[in-house]
Ligand binder design. Structure first.
Ligand SMILES: [Zn+2]
Length: 193
């Protein structure tokens, strides 16, 4: 375990341990998983060392969970659908929901429902109780290794990871909103942060 990598010295310790056969777990503060790779290069670690020692990057943010005591299902109204369509590609969302939530098969966006807490004594009238991580998992496959070696920008690495099947943190959050774990508003809030 290496608490947090935030300078060249710590990065070198972590990479030396990884090169000598240890499984190294560590954290970095970045906006998303893909940005971790250029961040390590910015700290002065040579690209080939990052490329051949990194295995997997898990990005996470915390969102508030809906209070289970006052949770209610609601259908999106026209305004809410329009707002959502401005922030996200709704066709893509429906595809995601159908893929990851079996009960959503055959539904369109007009009929999609979400959840929110109405507020009660147990959640101090906030409608939220507890926290939940939303995640993205970036696997360092051979095509990503090539990109790191070429010092490719994080956006392009993220695009390739998505082609390889990565679900982004926000997509994971929207699936969790659809499943009633958190709210759409909560996902919109962390998206803007
Ligand atoms: Zn409540």
């Amino acid at each position: 375990m290496v608490g947090e990598i935030r300078d060249q010295e710590t990065a070198e310790i972590a990479i030396n341990a990884a090169m000598t056969g240890h499984l190294v777990l560590s954290t970095l503060h970045t906006n998303d998983a893909a940005t971790s790779l250029p961040r390590l290069l910015d700290m002065g670690v040579p690209p080939f060392l990052v490329a051949y020692t990194a295995n997997i990057i898990v990005g996470q943010r915390l969102v508030r969970k809906i209070c289970q005591f006052c949770k209610k299902e609601f259908k999106l109204d026209k305004v809410a659908i329009d707002n959502l369509a401005k922030a996200f590609d709704t066709n893509h969302l429906i595809t995601l929901f159908k893929e990851y939530i079996p009960s959503e098969k055959g539904k369109s966006f007009d009929t999609v429902s979400f959840f929110q807490g109405e507020g009660c004594r147990r959640c101090g009238d906030t409608g939220y109780k507890g926290r939940q991580g939303i995640y993205e998992v970036l696997e360092i496959t051979s095509d990503i290794v090539t990109m790191v070696n070429k010092r490719t920008e994080a956006d392009e690495i993220a695009a390739q990871a998505r082609k390889n099947g990565m679900i982004t943190m926000i997509e994971d959050g929207l699936i969790k909103a659809k499943m009633g774990v958190t709210t759409i508003n909560e996902i919109l809030r962390v998206t803007k942060e």
